[in-house]
Design a protein. Sequence first.
Lengths: 454, 211
Amino acid sequence: MLYIYLWLFPLLAGAIAWILKNRTLNRTLVLSHAALHLGAGIAFALPESALAARFGIDSLSIWFFFISSVLYFAVALYSLTQKQSLSIRQSGIYTFCLMAFVASMDVANLSRDLGLIWVFVETTTLASAMLISFEHRKQSLEAAWKYLFICSIGIALAFVGILLLVIAMPNNPSLTLDTVLALSETISPFWLKVSFVFMLIGFGTKVGVAPLHFWLPDAHSEAPAPVSALLSGALLNTALLPLLRMKSVMDACHLGNLASQLFLVLGLASMFIAAVFILKIKNYKRLLAYSSIENMGIILIAFAMGGWMKTAGMIHIMGHSMIKAAFFLCAGNVYSIFGKKDYDKCSGLLGANPPSGWLWLLSFMFIVGMPPSPLFVSEFFIAMGLLKSGYYAVLAVYFILLASIAYGLGRASLNITMGKPEKHVPLPFLQYLPQTLLLLGAVLLPFLLMYLLN
Amino acid sequence: MADILLVIFGVSLLFASITNMLSSIVRILIAQGMILFVLTLLKTTEFNAWEFAFVALETIVFKTVLIPWFISDTINKNGIKREVEPSVSNFFSLGSMTAIFAFAFFIALWSGKVNQNLYPLHFGIAFAAILKGLFIIIANKKLITHLMGYLIMENGIFLLSLALGSQMPHIVSLGVSLDILLSILIAVLFLNKISSTFEDVDSDELSTLRD
């Protein structure tokens, strides 16, 4: 029933956009969808809310849903002032795809049925591939094709993983997480392991963990700024969720160790790949995309350690989503000011447009984990956890990689913001507000999490 | 009957390793679609009427008619060369297919022990088809061949889900949804656009975005 509610508005609004063909109306539809969405997110997150219990939604789902609704609202605000180069027909398709994209993520976030989650992760691929290819340039088509093809193979492998999970439970006719967990003692360990590996490869492709990340920098750098923000901040989380759910199944079947080791290896590999490329490349949107790969790696490491580190992981997920979305929206501002995508060709942002410059610098400081960024807290606790569990070598590598990534991002950020501006370029107020709100939210939301966990 | 069909399905995978023509891979896809359709018919008792109609219609309409037709149409329209042009030799391809079969049946013997609903021959062929699909994608450069590899992989996944149909009927419909959604989008939207934007549909062409 809940899923019908979630899809009702996008479908109706899509039909309205199709019939009435009006650009302003389309933008209003997106904004009202985002506002309703935010309302639903708050209603779920309220501590005394009976709503979540009524629909059988757990705290993990609420957290992911809430993050995506804040992000979506910020993106909708930002999109209000975007120059409309799209034709009316394209604008209608864009509106519908954006809403369908968000609605698919919602179902995947809120559901506890692995089959349903899988179907809607697949639907996100379709909707977002349309959004990425929207500019119809050679590059964006290439990015969309790679995204679609690589993620399709990934999602097919994830389905093989689900089929293998069914094989592992001969007497179970359901894929709901509760049934799977209840039957954990009867699940065949061998098939569960194989199934987990397939799902890790499948959903991991969509999360963008190295070495399965090849689509990610292309898609994030070629999509329009609001879409990049949603891809990086919300979609990666949605794809991560089934992996976290499967980790809990592995834990229940006493195979948590294997899952942790796999998470740890993939997490470190992601951080390593990100560090190497961040030091090498010049395109600032790709830099941000690689930084997403890095942060997904950090989150995997947090969940690999388990226990109270999971809370650090949850904070990191939230912090990364908010800050990275703000960063991508700032990148949109930078692109509209300079019209170039390489950071060594842009300089003087602080002079050309001071608010964007400051937001850019703040986003940079927050993403590398300087206080009061929530990432400081999570990265600190992850380091503590590694120290306590005796993973000294991992800890050393973790710090070296974090430092080199901070250096690479810092070099690019300072290059863009400092220097003499050519001219002053004003931008509309709504192109600063969403980033400010997101950064503020990032600082304040960990307190909400503490409150929720109590 | 089902056994014979499964063996023919397996032979079609071997044939895919040695053929040099794109059109024969299309024919293999058509044959596989038909086999899957008949296998679905044989399993009628396990589904309710609606699910059965949905699955049967999908296999016959999408797998057997629409997608193969669309692929041959794309080949004709865009003047794609009719050879497969794999990066590995036929001999190597056939050898690895044999290894894939051996591996898949090795695993299949295990699967039969754990899950009584599963029939080793069925599992082995399905798993081999999935791996073969991946192999085709890796060993070729042409985008159209990638697509065919993906479709063979999907056929394998469908076969595997069919094997589990008696335990969990709705899993087959899930597999079907994978088919419908992805094949429509990949085939109709992208290949048309990509082939009109890029001169030759080859994965080497897709290299403007790199680090």
